[in-house]
Ligand binder design. Sequence first.
Ligand SMILES: NC(=O)c1ccc[n+]([C@@H]2O[C@H](COP(=O)([O-])OP(=O)(O)OC[C@H]3O[C@@H](n4cnc5c(N)ncnc54)[C@H](O)[C@@H]3O)[C@@H](O)[C@H]2O)c1
Length: 311
Amino acid sequence: MATYLVTGGAGFIGGHIVEELVRRGESVRVLDNFSTGKRDTLAALRESIELVEGDIRSYHIVREAVKDVDYILHQGALPSVPRSINDPITTNEVNVGGTLNLLDAARDAGVKRVVYASSSSVYGANRDLPKNEDMVPLPISPYAVAKLTGEKYCQVFSWTYGLETVGLRYFNVFGPRQDPQSAYAAFIPKFITGMLTDASLVIDGDGTQSRDFTYVSNVVQANLRAAVAEGVGGEVFNIACGQSMSLNEVVEYLRTIIGTTGRISYGPSRPGDVARSLADIGRATERLGYRPEVDLEEGLRRTVGWFRQGV
Ligand SMILES: NC(=O)c1ccc[n+]([C@@H]2O[C@H](COP(=O)([O-])OP(=O)(O)OC[C@H]3O[C@@H](n4cnc5c(N)ncnc54)[C@H](O)[C@@H]3O)[C@@H](O)[C@H]2O)c1
């Protein structure tokens, strides 16, 4: 049994990782300040985990939290491109400052490996498709700059101090428990709950923008593999489904699954949004043994099923 620290473990992705680690019988500590995460996420697991309530920006809290930890799965961050455009300073403090704080503590504590949640947004204005890890990143939002900076710090800690780190560039993750309500809600949970309740919905732009939507269990698998795979310290990997779909196509799938056309209109496109996204997942397949097990359609069915229980 190994000890894992999951930062952001009360969040959407972190919560799914914690659930799987507990299922596997690992020892799990969560560090979260519940800024975007929810207590409900951990409610059923509360007896099986150790919870440290605190901020990754706090030097002392982070030093306590990394004690006796084998692996860190670092999900804690302020996600969302629009949030970062509204408040770039806090995004930088949490996503860059918090990450550096964690790496510094992990190095001193002798942690075996830090797996870092990076983002496909780092590719930004680079229009080449599919995205591969050797392309030049061209961030076009403060969020993407922060995620890329965190990734670079991870690599520098590997190369300079010998702390093993692995960066995972997630592509548009979706699944049960993703927040549909906040001002920064992602497209899929917002549209599923909106269509289930017959709310009027607005697509930002013309809906032809495409994404490599990735069901959350694939991201959990990638994290657990990245923690222990041999010879990957200091590297970054795309984690995606390897299929691209436009927002309009996703809406069509949802219409079929939910059985409603929905009340959908089109608005202006969002600043900082990239037009098209598709991942080359060859490197993760080869080096981590990663295989997306749930495709977009099946993932949408599972996610709709979960949200249906709650409306
Ligand atoms: N959801 C996606 O599509 C996606 C895509 C690419 C990358 N990511 C990255 O994956 C990670 C998890 O994202 P998510 O979608 O689960 O978001 P989320 O908001 O649900 O989870 C983030 C968690 O971090 C916690 N947190 C935030 N600031 C903190 C702080 N200062 N100290 C301690 N905890 C803090 C929040 O309370 C929350 O529980 C993030 O690093 C995000 O940048 C997500």
